[in-house]
Ligand binder design. Sequence first.
Ligand code: 5GP
Length: 190
Amino acid sequence: MKSLKERIVNNGRALNETVLKVDSFLNHQVDAKLMYEMGTYFKEYFKNHGITRILTIESSGIAPTVMTALQMNLPMAILKKQQSKILNGEVYQTTVHSFTKVMDYELTLSKNYISSDDKILIIDDFLANGEAALGAARLVEMAGAKVAGIGIVIEKSFQVGRKKLDEKGYDVYSLARISKLGKDLIEFID
Ligand code: 5GP
């Protein structure tokens, strides 16, 4: 997605060799037009995957997911990050290690918002080590549903997440793929 890559180059800032800050259009301030365009790309790629529902992870996956759900005319739900385990039968829950916060959280989905015949598209803002996406996929599979695709806004391809998702056989589509980060340096795969 050319406009996203331009935006990353113009407004993104590599904090170090692994963390990219994109607060001015994705993680803090949100550029709604750019989010809508992301939705157009996700729809185009996933339109023939038989998707019935979209899941995202709070909070930065929400904006591109709303725009995708709108254009694909599908329901969406937000996976919640809880600090502790909920001990009742009404939710699916799995422990995820946070790349940016260096801590664990409980990713949570109400049983009301998924069913075993769903084909799910998971969307998130970043793919680093793959913990968040794999956690989301575990929740989908706990419900007996199928992961029909994973849409990522910014993939840091030099970290292990992409490889892990590929090894599991998931269909991953990323709007921007970064091959290298460093001080004043952002390189893309293509
Ligand atoms: P993973 O679970 O793949 O290791 O990391 C993905 C999650 O960590 C995303 O949901 C995102 O919130 C956060 N994340 C990972 N890398 C970055 C990064 O470089 N910049 C920002 N802003 N968030 C990141």
